[in-house]
Design a protein around this ligand. Structure first.
Ligand code: HEC
Ligand code: HEC
Length: 219
């Protein structure tokens, strides 16, 4: 290997490192500002076992509307409807907010979320965040695992369980994952989040198949 190949290797490693750093420090950890007061209230409820238990009971007033699609315990039985069980609470709250403010597009959910009060959203979030997700498929993919470690784990976490501002992908419905990644990549307008569009721009359809098979098999 000559010097210039080394330099090339080094500089591309440097670029990846810089991108990862940028991703983890700036993109991945910036909370949505408009949501912060509601998010703070939700966290207070989650931190208090009594308040959490009350929220789970109160959530029934709302979650009966969600069951038909998202399942009784947040495990969806429809491949194109996401599981909400075990999803990270701040992410759930953010997405409800995005639907109701027209920052994420799916007509039915946009209409429904506008009907929920702040308390309804907190209660539903606490309800789903405290449920457990069952892995959606069992067929995994070694290629998907490798791609995930290289391109996605820096934000979604080593085991794809996400973190405060990043969704859990482990155990999610495969068809839903495929549809979502494709929408970010192709910038179709339903999902708007620039870092996800950037990070998926180079994925081939076969990469997306492999990634999502791996992810939906995880616990
Ligand atoms: C008629 C079926 C249907 C009902 C009823 C429904 N949803 Fe949804 N929901 C969907 C679909 C489909 C999506 C995915 C939309 C998309 O991105 O294309 C979704 C997405 C979501 C998301 C985003 C999840 C993620 O991983 O990004 C949240 C949060 C959510 N719904 C909450 C609720 C709540 C709370 C209720 C009840 C008050 C509810 N939904 C009722 C079909 C439904
Ligand atoms: C820079 C950090 C970052 C990287 C890298 C990243 N993601 Fe994401 N991802 C996010 C965030 C934050 C969201 C939520 C964005 C939103 O509100 O739409 C998200 C959303 C998603 C969703 C939607 C989940 C749901 O429940 O609707 C999928 C699927 C996803 N990412 C898959 C991937 C895959 C696969 C990769 C690697 C190719 C990847 N992400 C790389 C930060 C990242």
């Amino acid at each position: 290997m000559n010097l210039s190949t080394w330099q090339l290797k080094l500089s591309s490693a440097g670029l990846c490192g810089a991108l990862a750093l940028l991703a983890s420090s700036a993109w991945a950890q910036t909370p949505a500002p408009a949501l912060s007061p509601l998010d703070a209230r939700m966290k207070q409820v989650l931190a208090d076992p009594k308040a959490s238990a009350a929220a789970v009971v109160a959530a029934k007033k709302v979650t009966f509307l969600c069951e038909v699609c998202h399942g009784v315990d947040g495990n969806s039985s429809k491949p194109d409807v996401p599981n909400l069980g075990g999803q990270n609470p701040s992410y759930l709250l953010t997405q409800m907010d995005k639907f109701s403010r027209g920052l994420r597009h799916y007509q039915f959910m946009e209409g429904l979320m506008k009907l929920l009060s702040e308390d309804d959203r907190i209660n539903a979030t606490v309800f789903y965040a405290t449920k457990t997700v069952k892995p959606a498929t069992t067929a995994t993919s070694a290629a998907g695992k490798e791609l995930f470690a290289m391109r996605c784990s820096m934000c979604h976490g080593e085991h794809a369980r996400g973190n405060e501002n990043t969704p859990r992908l482990a155990g999610q419905q495969q068809q839903y994952l495929k549809m979502s990644v494709t929408r970010y990549r192709d910038r179709t307008g339903e999902r708007i989040y620039e870092p996800m569009s950037t990070m998926t721009a180079q994925l081939k359809n076969s990469d997306i198949d492999a990634l999502t098979a791996y992810l939906s098999s995880l616990e």
